[in-house]
Write a protein that binds this ligand. Structure first.
Ligand code: NAP
Length: 147
């Protein structure tokens, strides 16, 4: 489960370059390295479940409406999900992206509509998928959503 992320405010012109690049490191580069390190062993064992914590703000279909660094890096991790899934179709290793909704965490704040437990439901489902479960998808509330 690639969960760690940072949310830096600002549109493309107002967010600092350092903040943008830090977002890339935490939200994209770290999951990239972790998947490169762990998935080959999963493939060898013919079992694995990778869950990438993304966001609706990273959906092109919704217009990438979040702060620039966040939306771009969440779109990028979605692209990683799809790209990796194409490399492992012949195996029982599955990789999916998901959006937890607006959750009462440090990032989401106290006014968010969902408890952490509610936010985690789809993560747990994807992390424990049966062998005939989906791979290469983007989910919220256990349902496919548009990239
Ligand atoms: N909350 C929401 O409403 C919401 C909505 C959509 C998507 N998401 C996604 O859900 C995931 C979890 O978010 P959250 O709401 O739990 O956010 P959070 O409350 O801000 O927690 C972020 C987590 O990422 C870790 N982290 C940040 N930078 C790190 C770094 N450089 N190295 C290691 N760990 C680092 C933090 O570790 P420390 O505690 O040690 O700082 C913390 O555990 C994220 O991917 C987020 O984008 C959240």
């Amino acid at each position: 489960m690639n969960n760690a992320a940072v949310l830096k405010q600002g549109d493309f012109l107002s967010v600092g370059s350092d903040e943008f690049l830090e977002s890339l490191k935490v939200n994209f580069e770290a999951p990239f390295h972790l998947m490169r390190a762990l998935v080959p062993e999963m493939v060898k064992n013919n079992y694995g479940r990778v869950v990438n914590l993304s966001s609706g703000w990273g959906a092109f279909a919704d217009g990438l409406t979040g702060p620039a660094a966040y939306s771009v890096t969440k779109a990028a991790i979605n692209a990683l999900t799809l790209s990796l899934s194409q490399a492992i179709t012949a195996t029982n290793v599955k990789v999916n992206s998901m959006c937890p909704g607006w959750v009462r965490t440090r990032m989401g704040g106290e006014g968010a509509s969902r408890s952490p437990e509610e936010g985690a439901e789809t993560v747990i489902w994807l992390a424990t998928l049966e062998d005939d479960g989906p791979s290469g998808g983007f989910f919220r509330d256990k349902k496919l959503i548009d990239w």
